[in-house]
Design a protein around this ligand. Structure first.
Ligand code: ATP
Length: 457
């Protein structure tokens, strides 16, 4: 159903709910009730609530030539005060309702080919002071972002008691819903690796600008039209200073197999050191108890203050959930879950073929002592180097082909189940041959060899 009302900014009547009966709303609501909700028990040590100037748009955005930006800039040029107003937007349907407000699909009113946007509408009058501060945090964080796996903030519109943010629309839903549709609620290893890689790069960027995310979970990972991810929901973030530094690392630990000279030196006991760039908010500190129960790090549960490490813990829980179909500390109720997170009980791992690397990485991330947890000192660099991500060409990650999720059920290795073993063997041989040929051809193709890694036929 289309929202045909016209919204004059002076006299706002955003009676969206009265006409909302469409399919997406129903399914989103259903999803919301099943999805785990975030918890906020804050001691208020986060971002100051300085109001972001209305209608913020980042003109130095890496995607400034994207048609969405072109349309927005054209609309601003035509607007009497060079700003986007609600009257410029045509709402199509409700996408979902969250903790802070409702999210609508929309496009620019006079330009149906402008592309689709998501408009988050927050009624400030219906929120507590604490939640209003969360709105400010979210829009301040959004205004800082410029990354392919994070939302673009096209405009912030403040009108009457409404605050609206115009961001990218993700047409393929969220990862939680997608995961629930998989056999045993588990992704194949290659699909899990794809999503984990993109999340890792998004978290690396956030940390590099001093933002600790604190709410990683499949519900907050949206999927764009092109199949790549977009991390959403920044109201639980906190911002801290980050001092980029160069840290000395033994060259052999970087990629021993790629450099024979380094390997020879290493064997002779002459260890070569390499200076590595790191931008990780190691001094970030917060005492707020925020996040989603099953994803809370032990230091949050203990309430003794926490920092950047909570995101790397959550990354371990996230990877586990994608591969195991459940979270590692899930109890019968919230109290039991929290108890399991802080207790020394072992997490259950399957000894399945192909899962060894993932299990090893998860174990290194789910270390209770945050000072010993992978990622906490040098950030994503250390995680990227783990053998679970072997072969990933990180600078080309945006060009990898996202997994395709058809109706046929896939086995753990990503092949369509039911294929005879000889067919599988032939397919494997073809892939090996293709890999060999790619290696022999020019370096451009070689560097993009992982392009095929995620392709699930
Ligand atoms: N950019 C988007 N593109 C497509 N759908 C979106 C987008 N942003 C949000 N949604 C949908 O709208 C719903 C509500 O989103 P919103 O961010 O307000 O709340 P939430 O995800 O429930 O988180 P919280 O309540 O913690 O803020 C989401 O569940 C999602 O289905």
């Amino acid at each position: 159903m289309e929202y045909d009302n016209y919204f004059p900014d002076t006299d706002l009547d955003l009676s969206f709910t009265s006409t909302t009966t469409d399919r997406t709303f129903t399914s989103s609501s259903a999803r919301s009730s099943l999805a785990r909700s975030s918890l906020t028990l804050s001691f208020n040590d986060r971002l100051s609530t300085t109001t972001t100037p209305s209608n913020t748009t980042t003109t130095l955005n890496h995607r400034r030539y994207d048609p969405h930006w072109t349309s927005i800039n054209a609309a601003k040029t035509l607007s009497s005060d060079a700003r986007i107003h609600l009257r410029h937007l045509k709402l199509i349907r409700l996408l979902g309702t969250g903790n802070l407000g409702r999210v609508f699909l929309c496009h620019l009113r006079d330009c149906p080919n402008s592309g689709e946007f998501a408009l988050k509408v927050i009624d400030r009058d219906s929120l507590t002071t604490k939640k209003i501060s969360n709105v400010e945090i979210e829009s301040e964080i959004l205004s800082l972002l410029d990354h392919p796996f994070l939302p673009n903030l096209y405009a912030r519109i403040d009108a009457s008691h409404y605050t609206c943010v115009l961001i990218d629309y993700c047409s393929k839903g969220d990862l939680h819903t997608l995961l629930r549709k998989q056999p045993n609620h588990r992704f194949s290893i290659s699909s899990a690796r794809f999503f984990a890689s993109e999340i890792l790069v998004a978290l690396e960027y956030l940390h590099a600008i001093g933002i600790v995310y604190r709410d990683l979970k499949p519900e907050n990972v949206l999927i764009r039209e092109d199949g790549h991810i977009m991390l959403s929901d920044f109201d639980l973030c906190f911002k801290s200073d980050v001092t980029p530094s160069f840290k000395s690392t033994p060259a052999s630990s970087l990629s021993p197999s790629s450099n024979r000279r380094r390997l020879r030196n290493h064997r002779r006991g002459r260890e070569e050191m390499v200076a590595e760039f790191a931008a990780e908010p190691v001094k970030a500190y917060s005492r707020s108890c925020v996040g989603t129960h099953e994803y809370l790090a032990p230091e949050i549960v203990a309430g003794n203050g926490h920092g950047n490490g909570v995101d790397w813990w959550a990354f371990g829980v996230f990877l586990y959930e994608m591969l195991y179909g459940t979270t590692p500390f899930k109890g019968l109720n919230k109290e039991q879950t929290l108890h399991k997170i802080v207790s020394n009980d072992d997490v259950a791992f399957f000894e399945e073929e192909g899962l060894e690397e993932a299990n090893d990485l998860i174990k290194m991330l789910l270390v209770k002592d945050s000072s010993k947890r992978l990622g906490c000192v040098k950030g994503a660099q250390d995680i990227k180097r783990h053998r679970f991500f072997d072969g990933i060409n990180w600078p080309l990650i945006r060009n990898y082909k996202p997994p395709e999720f058809g109706k046929k059920s896939k086995s753990r290795d990503g092949y369509v189940s039911g294929l005879s073993s000889s067919l599988r063997r032939r397919k494997w041989l073809w892939l090996a041959l293709a890999k060999l040929l790619r290696r022999r051809s020019n370096s451009k193709i070689q560097s993009n060899s992982n392009y095929y890694r995620y392709y699930v036929e």
